[in-house]
Design a protein around this ligand. Structure first.
Ligand code: HEC
Ligand code: HEC
Length: 445
């Protein structure tokens, strides 16, 4: 009885507004409201500020209808609420949710909740609290849809799930949103593994349920494998996981090709992810995925020819693109690097690295792609992409992605290791002081 009372008290404390805040065009200001409302198929003449706030809303809150997969098929909401609230198992406490890297947006919490948290009056071991956070859109990138009885009807994810984190200003894992920063704490595999029913994923990949769980466990924090659902390759030849690090989604304006292996432009990849990875509902076209040798899973599933009615993705690509282009790379904190050394390191960089990492983009203007041999690494991940190349990573804001390491799979734990690698692979002949100056320069970007 006490338990129930507590849960109800919390639900009201969180406001339990349920559902995603709806996008309010009027919030953009009076001139935005003057945008032509008649021309339904054209939104490119709407004022830019309107599109930016619309794009931000999509990035943070739009599930593109993917709750039919994450809740409807995987039943993740049942694992989270637990049997006490109509689901299955023990449920997921806020403590556990934070442990697997989920973040809480402090700005979405009511004052009563913030006060209760400060006074340590919130039971962080109670799954009912997780449910309340999910239904009030306080968990970054995950929305729970209330069943009206203290439990969840379903649950969906957003771009922000992987590509936003928080500044930890309130407590570790709780703070203001930082859009575009990769969440390198997020254990996507462990979260998906909570699902009581992975048969749909097993059927797509043509493997057993336990094989799927094995793969999910192999990813670890900050990683996801977007290509698994195309080629079914979960492990490299050396037995390591084939997953890649979640990259930054900021600092991408002016950059030609995107993803570690240059699959396409930002809007190409956005449509790809929204439909093939998040399982949102929309149209997607890419005949490159018909290649039965390279992409057996995708070819079998027809992943390059997806049609959905209604299409909940295509109409959002323009605003989402605009918002992503507006996300600038953050500056490194003051005193996080040695300025003198960084200035010297800049000279080294200009001589040895800038033919590929061209300032101020720090990738090539033009076709920014290279073979594994050119950067001294194997071709496993490049071979899983249409062009068989690696894309030159834009380097600004490196400090936001130190956790998990560098290069697509985090094979280099530190920037020193990256520099040592280039020095030996490309026979640069760098001295020890040159190497440490170069590292200070990288930290300054
Ligand atoms: C489950 C985690 C996850 C979700 C959700 C997700 N992404 Fe990603 N994103 C990744 C990973 C991992 C990569 C790297 C993929 C690769 O190179 O194979 C990536 C790559 C990208 C890139 C390329 C970045 C670059 O350096 O060029 C962009 C842009 C991007 N995602 C945007 C989005 C958008 C927009 C959404 C929502 C529609 C989204 N992502 C949803 C994990 C995610
Ligand atoms: C031939 C082109 C080329 C040259 C020369 C080059 N890079 Fe790179 N760089 C790349 C590519 C391609 C990647 C992506 C590798 C991956 O993700 O596996 C990359 C990745 C990186 C990364 C990892 C970024 C991240 O977020 O994981 C760093 C740091 C870096 N380069 C620094 C340097 C430095 C320092 C030099 C000079 C010593 C240099 N690069 C020279 C093409 C180049």
């Amino acid at each position: 009885m006490r338990q129930i009372t507590l849960a109800i008290a919390l639900l009201s404390a969180f406001g339990c507004k349920n559902n995603t805040p709806s996008f309010d065009p009027a919030a953009g200001g009076a001139d935005e409201r003057a945008a032509p409302a008649m021309d339904h198929d054209r939104d490119d003449d709407r004022p830019r500020r309107f599109r930016l706030s619309e794009g931000r809303h999509i990035f943070r809150f739009d599930t593109f209808g993917d709750e039919d997969f994450w809740g409807g098929t995987l039943l993740l909401h049942q694992a989270i609420e637990g049997s006490a609230h109509g689901g299955v198992g023990a449920g997921v406490s806020p403590k556990t949710a934070l442990t697997v890297g989920l973040k809480v947006d402090v700005d979405a919490l009511s004052k009563a909740t913030v006060d209760a948290l400060k006074a340590r009056k919130v039971n962080l071991d109670d799954p009912a609290v997780t449910v309340a956070l999910l239904t009030s859109n306080a968990v970054v990138g995950v929305t729970g849809f209330s069943d009206g009885k203290g439990g969840l009807r379903t649950l969906g994810i957003q771009c922000a799930f992987c590509h936003s984190t928080v500044d930890n200003s309130f407590a570790p894992g709780i703070g203001h949103r930082l859009d575009g920063w990769p969440n390198r704490d997020l254990n996507v595999g462990a979260i998906v593994n909570l699902s009581p029913d992975l048969s749909a994923v097993a059927a797509l990949l043509g493997v057993t349920d336990s094989a799927v769980r094995q793969v999910l466990k192999s990813w670890g924090p900050g990683k996801f494998d977007a290509e698994l659902f195309l080629d079914g390759k979960a492990f490299r030849d050396d037995g390591k996981s084939a997953a890649t690090l979640i990259p930054a989604a900021f600092g991408l304006a002016g950059v030609n090709l995107h993803t570690y292996t240059g699959w396409g432009s930002i809007p190409y990849w956005n449509a790809f992810v929204a439909i093939l990875e998040m399982h949102g509902k929309g149209n997607f076209y890419d005949p490159r995925l018909d290649d039965k040798i390279k992409f057996p899973v995708a070819a079998r599933a027809g992943s390059g020819h997806v049609k959905a009615d209604p299409d909940l993705v295509t109409s959002k690509l323009a605003a989402l693109h605009d918002y992503q282009l507006s996300l600038q790379a953050p500056r490194p904190p003051e005193d996080s690097f040695d300025e003198e050394a960084a200035r010297r390191g800049q000279q080294v960089f200009a001589a040895k690295c800038a033919q590929c990492h061209v300032a101020p983009l720090y990738t090539e203007p033009g076709w920014n792609m290279h073979t594994g041999a050119e950067i001294g690494i194997d071709t496993f991940q490049a071979d899983r992409s249409p062009d068989g190349h690696y894309r030159t990573t834009p380097l600004r804001g490196l400090f936001t992605r130190e956790k998990g390491g560098f290069f697509h799979d985090g094979r280099f734990a530190t920037l020193n290791a990256v520099v040592d690698h280039y020095d030996s692979a490309l026979k640069l002949g760098l001295s020890a002081p040159q190497k440490s100056d170069l590292v200070e320069f990288l930290k300054s970007l």
